[in-house]
Ligand binder design. Structure first.
Ligand SMILES: C[S@@+](CC[C@H](N)C(=O)[O-])C[C@H]1O[C@@H](n2cnc3c(N)ncnc32)[C@H](O)[C@@H]1O
Length: 281
């Protein structure tokens, strides 16, 4: 069987199983199997695959047909300008979260050395992207999931940032430390009642710990805001990602905890996505 034939089998099977990007994903799966770029595959359509390749291709295809996200099958995802290893212990980095990076970069001057805390670091995508852009800063990355911390550490090593980030496996509720200039967080904020309504890719494969914000979707946002009050220096900034539904409650809680609201930032689909606020009292 040649590349073109196996790609056609892949596309057909993905298509009849309602996978939207069936052609692209078939190509990506073959590129993973052959360890070649998509371009190399597309210009060598007549090359042959061996039995081992076919077996591997079928295994990945079945995983995708069971709605496992492509990022977990491929083992990586791009976020901001960088590549991050992912597995099913971490949330797949979302483009929406890039607004957190954009807002952070506006605050952090290139030559200044600031102390940053990333609460719920997951793959480490936020803190690693930021430190790649602002090499004079140092950071702490905290997550309740031991497996997430392992992936985040691996990503930090791949980006040669392991000496600039301290990793802590802990519930944010239990964390105390010296004060930070900037706290960033993309906490879980899906209401429990909505967990079942998520797409199968997310519902059955991404970690619940990274998604569930309790009954009202607000339990982890609340922890982050209350803790940030203690962990930030005066005039320090908290940039927190929120769901559309948590904006008003978050603003009220931030104000009650001595924060000034600098900005509510929309994502590129026009949804309120993060709040930038300064600790003033
Ligand atoms: C929505 S994911 C965000 C992951 C990553 N920062 C990103 O933006 O892709 C939330 C992360 O918070 C972690 N988490 C959930 N509850 C936590 C808690 N109480 N304390 C610390 N981390 C927590 C989860 O394990 C998960 O990795």
């Amino acid at each position: 069987m040649n590349y073109q034939e196996i790609l056609e089998i892949g596309s057909r099977n993905l298509k009849i199983n309602n996978i939207k990007n069936f052609n692209l994903e078939s190509e990506l799966i073959l590129s993973k199997v052959l360890n070649k770029s998509r371009e190399q595959i597309l210009i060598n359509f007549r090359n042959f695959v061996n039995k081992n390749h076919i077996n591997k291709f079928n295994k990945y295809l079945i995983r995708r047909i069971k709605k496992e996200p492509m990022a977990y099958i491929l083992g990586f995802k791009y976020f901001w300008k960088y590549k991050f290893l992912v597995n099913n212990s971490v949330l797949i980095p979302r483009p929406d979260t890039e607004v957190v990076i954009e807002e952070s970069l506006k605050l952090l001057k290139i030559n200044k050395s600031k102390k940053i805390l990333d609460i719920g670091t997951g793959s480490g995508c936020i803190v690693i992207s930021l430190l790649n852009e602002r090499p004079k800063c140092k950071a702490t990355a905290l997550d309740l999931s031991r497996k997430a911390i392992k992936i985040a550490k691996t990503n930090a090593k791949l980006h040669h940032l392991e000496n600039k980030i301290e990793f802590i496996n802990m519930d944010i509720d239990k964390y105390s430390s010296n004060k930070y200039d900037l706290i960033l967080s993309n906490p879980p904020y899906v209401k429990d009642i909505n967990l079942n309504r998520l797409d199968d890719d997310i519902k059955f494969h991404e970690p619940k710990l990274a998604l569930s914000g309790g009954l009202d979707g607000f339990s982890e946002i609340k922890k982050v805001i209350k803790k940030s009050r203690k962990l930030l220096k005066n005039n320090g900034t908290l940039i927190i990602e929120i769901g559309n539904e948590q904006k008003s409650k978050s603003i009220i809680l931030l104000k009650e905890n001595g924060f000034y609201i600098n900005k509510v930032r929309k994502d590129y689909s026009g949804k309120d996505r993060c709040i930038v606020s300064t600790k003033i009292s």
